[in-house]
Design a binder for this molecule. Structure first.
Ligand code: ADP
Length: 319
């Protein structure tokens, strides 16, 4: 293999730049040329492709977002779109591709593999919802952003003795809500993977108030329902003063944490190694702190599971 490509696709996450840098540097280290494909699969179809040098990825390891930009592209879900993408790869003489993104991006990579084009998936999403890896690139940064926001809300919550509801990202996975809730001692955490008992929640909140708790913090993963609606419901049922904060896109940005930079560097470099070994249709990941790879079909057939023991623990510690 003499020339590979790299793209980022779907939702961005902090650390994608560190992963791009690792792909580019590791490839050049092995005397392989690297081409950057801009705007994900949309740029692949359009031929928005440029050669990258060592210096192309200088000074990006600490930056959030993705220097290759990202996009969502409906056309790539069609056979015609995929064929156009492969034509562009052939036109540029690219022989293997690294796709950094979430499970949607993995499906695109799976299609390229099915058409015989060597493709490796690297997990980049703040949701931590990709099977085949314990952690995705961006999760740790988003977790720390959420913790920072909750710490600030906690200060004002103590002053005002209110109940604060904080909605965090996670349409299908409760990891961000669960980890941030545990890290911040939230009274209640609502995640899509577990049903909640509203009576039990109000009982616990009142019991906490009675024993002198100054405030309560409730974290709602967006996949578990709307924070606004939950706040309204709680107010009507208990007469408590409630305030709702929807953290939104600040969770996607920011300089990646050390953990995310290291993870991204390891996974990006591993993807290049796998291409050089002749692998195709695999995803890289980290499990029990070891680099691993899995068949992309198997990874996509699995469902990510949240750690329900941690969920129980969070409830035990916030009585
Ligand atoms: P993420 O990768 O963050 O999960 P999306 O689900 O939006 O983000 O997927 C990103 C892109 O991956 C889509 O816009 C599309 O171009 C491509 N993609 C998603 N699903 C498929 C599919 N079934 N076949 C081919 N390409 C797909």
């Amino acid at each position: 293999m003499k020339r590979i490509g790299v793209l980022t696709s779907g939702g961005d996450s902090p650390g994608m730049n560190a992963a791009i840098r690792a792909v580019v540097r590791k490839a050049i280290y092995h005397d392989i040329e690297v081409y950057g494909i801009y705007y994900g699969y949309a740029g692949l179809i359009a031929g928005d492709i440029k050669k990258m040098e060592l210096g192309s990825v200088g000074d990006i390891i600490h930056r959030g977002g993705t220097m290759l930009y990202t996009a969502r592209c409906e056309e790539f879900k069609t056979l015609e779109g995929q064929k156009k993408g492969i034509e562009q790869l052939n036109k540029f003489g690219i022989e293997g591709l690294v796709v950094i993104g979430g499970d949607g991006s993995y499906r695109g990579a799976q299609k390229l593999t099915e058409h015989g084009f060597p493709t490796i998936g690297v997990p980049g999403t703040i949701d931590n919802d990709i099977p085949g890896t314990d952690f995705t690139i961006g999760f740790d940064t988003a977790l720390n952003t959420v913790i920072d926001a909750i710490d600030k809300i906690r200060d004002t919550a103590t002053s005002h003795e209110r109940t604060y509801i904080i909605e965090v990202m996670g349409r299908h996975a409760g990891d961000l809500a669960l980890w941030s809730g545990l890290a911040d001692g939230a009274e209640t955490i609502l995640i899509p993977e577990a049903e909640y008992d509203f009576e039990q929640i109000t009982y616990r909140l009142k019991r906490g108030q009675e024993r002198g708790k100054k405030h309560s913090i409730i974290i709602v993963a967006e996949g578990a329902g709307s924070g606004m609606e939950f706040g309204q419901k709680l107010k009507e049922a208990t007469n408590m003063e409630t305030r709702v904060t929807v953290l939104g896109h600040i969770q996607r940005g920011g300089s990646p944490t050390g953990a995310d930079r290291v993870l991204a560097s390891r996974l990006g470099a591993k993807a290049v190694d796998l291409l050089l070994e002749g692998k195709s249709g695999v995803t890289v990941g980290i499990q029990q702190n070891k680099l691993v790879h899995h068949d992309i079909n198997e990874a996509l057939a699995e469902t990510h599971t949240v750690d329900l023991d941690m969920y129980t623990l969070s409830q035990e510690l916030s009585i």
